[in-house]
Ligand binder design. Structure first.
Ligand code: ADP
Ligand code: MG
Length: 500
């Protein structure tokens, strides 16, 4: 059974195979070819993932090993490849460039330039499949990733080394949320890698434009395998991006990888599996699709001090149909990651953007990393919001509303307004703390929802102008002292006052 082999063949064995180095050259013959794969006979000693070279110049890698045939996934268009062509095993695996030369570049999954700026400079090569760090090499996730998105940082905080799934229907703001998180790193030490798998050219263009305009693009790497590229290139893209990110992590640095998206990747995996005649399982995916994604995301980690203390945070994206989180690929990915941010089409249509469904989203490790100032301010936010949403549904049926309930509704409506945020406009920690304090202390209760928008829009400028020292202190320590708390609240109340 081909995928029994795949199942048993864990990442460790893959790396070990690399270490063996080249073996005696062996040759085979193309039996059949089409749609980005080739079936090959004769290469008896080929190993899983081995790089195969065709006499026509094309390359591919062994994805399926059967007793009499190999399923090879092509890494190029491979026009002109036909039955009878000769093929050689190389004894090597697929490798991609890593290193500083990639920063600020847009490349394909093999590191070939797509930005017309010439070859990637001074990069070394590293295999796309690498062993994930073991438990001993890891450390607990303790440092925050400031996403600059209020609803995420307050309710579903992320930590460095965490894997958080962004999931939702088409056009609910998944890509935007991930891109905005990268944009928010423009003043941090993170290297950000955006991997586009199977996306339309227009969508990739929009994402890259946003990064080039708003992010620190010289600390970003963009890996593109669009929907029109051969399935083999799409298949390796997330693995290639991971290898590039690991290079940063292993040097003691901090990397953030966005994989947009793993639903497309799963579809590509299924397509390849069907073409190489692996037996289909649930929803026609081959049985090893869970293992493929688990192996990939396991490589995100926070390393222990003894291993350099670097981190690799992963934000994989998945797409749902009609909000169905119980489909095969979504449930797989939800169980592999440390939480999920669920985007909701109905909220998006109502104009509540980012359209985070607060009831079903969760972050399992990041909460502990939240800056103290924000954690204290946002302590009861989630419960308050949940209660408000529930009350809102009940009061919709009409009837007399008690003053206590009315007060909660007023507060909740202001909170919802504050959680709305434009794209590409990341907030600083201090902006977030100030907004949450304003809501929770009732400063915004007397304002109309429209006035809340104006209040929010002018807030950063007011903080800069009037509380410059406090701002620096809070950004540096993450702590709001009692005096600072009082000063901040005073400024907020003044701004919300009718003549403020
Ligand atoms: N917070 C936001 N504010 C305003 N527009 C947004 C916001 N988030 C997303 N959008 C817009 O919604 C559209 C769909 O977003 P996109 O991120 O491409 O969705 P998806 O990746 O889920 O398909 C885009 O035009 C995007 O600009
Ligand atoms: Mg998208």
């Amino acid at each position: 059974m081909p995928h029994d082999i795949a199942w048993q063949h864990d990442a460790a064995a893959r790396v070990a195979a690399t270490a063996l180095g080249p073996c005696a050259e062996h040759r085979g013959r193309v039996e059949e070819t089409g749609d980005g794969v080739a079936m090959i006979s004769g290469l008896r000693n080929a190993r899983l993932d081995e790089l195969l070279r065709f006499d026509s110049g094309a390359v591919g890698f062994a994805q399926v090993l059967e007793p009499d045939q190999i399923g090879c996934v092509l890494l190029d268009e491979a026009a002109g490849l036909q039955a009878g062509d000769a093929v050689r095993g190389t004894g090597d695996v697929v490798r991609v460039p890593v290193g500083a030369g990639l920063l600020g570049r847009i490349v394909d999954p093999l590191g070939r330039p797509l930005d017309g700026k010439g070859p990637v400079q001074g990069a070394s090569l590293s295999p796309i499949e690498r062993k994930a760090p073991g438990i001993i090499e890891r450390d607990l996730v303790t440092d925050p990733v400031q996403t600059g998105v209020l609803v995420v940082d307050t309710l579903f905080a992320l930590g460095r080394g965490q894997r958080e799934l962004i999931i939702g229907d088409p056009a609910t703001g998944k890509t935007t949320l991930a891109i905005d998180t990268i944009i928010a790193q423009r003043h941090s030490d993170m290297v950000c890698i955006y991997v586009a798998v199977g996306q339309k050219t227009s969508a990739v263009r929009r994402a890259v434009d946003a990064l080039q305009t708003h992010a620190a693009f010289d600390r970003c790497i963009v890996v593109v395998a669009g929907s029109a590229t051969p399935p083999g290139l799409q298949w390796i893209a997330p693995f290639a991006g991971m290898t590039m990110a690991e290079h940063v992590r292993d040097a003691g640095g901090h990397a953030l990888i966005v994989i947009d998206d793993l639903s497309r990747h799963a579809a590509t995996h299924r397509e390849i599996a069907l073409l190489t005649r692996q037996s289909p399982g649930r929803e026609a995916y081959p049985g090893d699709v869970f293992y493929v994604h688990a192996r990939l995301l396991e490589r995100a980690a926070k390393l222990s001090a003894a291993n350099g203390g670097g981190s690799l945070t992963a934000l994989p994206i998945a797409q749902t149909e009609a909000g169905n989180l119980a489909a095969y690929i979504p449930t797989n990915l939800i169980s592999i990651t440390d939480g999920q941010i669920v985007l909701d089409a109905a909220l998006f249509q109502q104009g509540q953007k980012p359209a985070v469904n607060v009831g079903v989203s969760v972050s399992r490790v990041g909460g502990k990393t939240q800056a103290l100032a924000l954690r204290n301010a946002a302590k009861s936010l989630r419960l308050d919001y949940a209660q408000f949403l529930e009350m809102e549904v009940f009061t919709r049926f009409g009837g007399v509303i008690e003053p206590r309930v009315q007060a909660k509704l007023t507060r909740g409506t202001r909170l919802r307004a504050v959680l709305r945020q434009d794209q590409h406009a990341p907030l600083r920690l201090i902006d977030e703390v100030a907004l949450v304090l304003a809501v929770q202390n009732g400063v915004l209760d007397a304002l109309t929802v429209k006035a809340v928008d104006a209040f929010r829009d002018g807030l950063a400028g007011a903080l800069d102008a009037q509380l410059a020292d406090l701002l620096v202190r809070v950004e540096a320590t993450g702590i709001l002292t009692n005096d600072d708390h009082a000063a901040l609240l005073e400024l907020l109340q003044k701004r919300a006052a009718p003549d403020g």
